[in-house]
Design a protein around this ligand. Structure first.
Ligand code: CP
Length: 293
């Protein structure tokens, strides 16, 4: 069975660590050689900037060809063809690997098995965003932080977050600590701590992972005053740990979860996360394609 990366349940801690180390090794080697002449199919059935462009960059940098479906427009989805039929039809054209972003409606794990092709999730509804969690860790490793020292507080719209879901899974595999600070009660794995204020988050955590409020998925409007409790600003973190890190998977609603002044904050790792995204995706493409060689 070809290997997939959707959830981390089929991945051992050693495999994940090897993948993270490989993503760092290829940067230090200044690797430019073209390793394969294979074709990747990119499907983005939901909007994306960072993930889509970084997968395209990763393909170019690894000498891979890619075909892509990036919007419904101009495809047979407009004529009512389903996502599942779309995947099966493109599969019949024999790409070597598929990268898929979709909502919860597509059963990614089931379809990865059915399609019998290496499959990387580029985001799956509220369930998983494995390459995002990996690139977040890589950005922290590059700053010299040890995985076992990470105390990550995930702040904001945890209920709707696939990034949070993937960190819960990955933290259990690799042994870093995660807590959440959320406006809504959410079901959490027993390993995840629930915090009740930003002060508590600042005292417990050394990494603050702010999340976008996904207003498009909200049934009830959150009051501005309630949202303010989750906003990180330079003033609020003035006396926080000098070696702490502020992260956000993007896109950021500046003025909501982060104040604009965080852009010039030294502890801000947001663009380091984006940079790490290309290396992680290069490593994942390599890893899963090598599995087929
Ligand atoms: N972090 C992330 O997945 O961003 P995009 O939606 O822009 O890909």
């Amino acid at each position: 069975m070809p290997k997939s990366l959707i959830e981390f349940r089929d991945w051992s801690a050693t495999e994940i660590t090897n993948l993270l180390n490989f993503s760092i090794q290829i940067e230090s080697e200044k690797r430019t050689e073209k390793s394969f002449q294979k074709v990747v199919a990119l499907f983005f059935f939901e909007a994306s900037t960072r993930t889509r462009v970084s997968f395209e960059m990763a393909c170019y940098r690894e000498g891979l060809q890619f075909v892509s479906m990036l919007t419904k427009n101009g495809t047979s989805l407009e004529k009512g063809e389903t996502l599942e039929d779309t995947l099966e039809n493109v599969r019949a054209m024999q790409p070597d690997l598929m990268v898929v972003r979709s909502g919860d409606d597509l059963q990614q794990v089931e379809w990865a098995t059915k399609l019998k092709i290496p499959f990387i999730s580029a985001g799956w509804g509220q369930k998983a965003h494995p390459t995002q969690a990996l690139l977040d860790l890589r950005a922290l490793l590059k700053k010299g932080r040890k995985i076992s020292d990470i105390k990550m507080v995930i702040i904001g719209d945890v209920k709707h977050s696939r990034v949070a879901s993937s960190h819960f899974e990955l933290a259990q595999k690799l042994g870093y600590q995660v807590a959440v600070l959320s406006p809504e009660k959410v079901a959490l794995p027993s390993s995840v701590k629930e915090l009740s204020s930003l002060d508590e988050a600042l005292s417990w955590g050394n990494v603050l992972m702010s999340l976008r409020f996904q207003f498009e998925r909200h049934e009830k409007k959150l009051e501005e005053e309630a949202l303010k409790k989750f906003q990180i600003s330079a003033a609020k973190i003035k006396n926080w740990k000098a070696d702490g890190h502020i992260m956000h998977p993007g896109p950021v609603n500046y003025g909501v979860e982060l104040n604009e002044d965080i852009k010039s904050e030294k502890r801000n790792l947001i663009l380091d996360q984006v940079e790490s995204g290309v290396w992680i995706r290069r490593a994942c493409l390599n890893y899963l394609l090598k599995d087929q060689s």
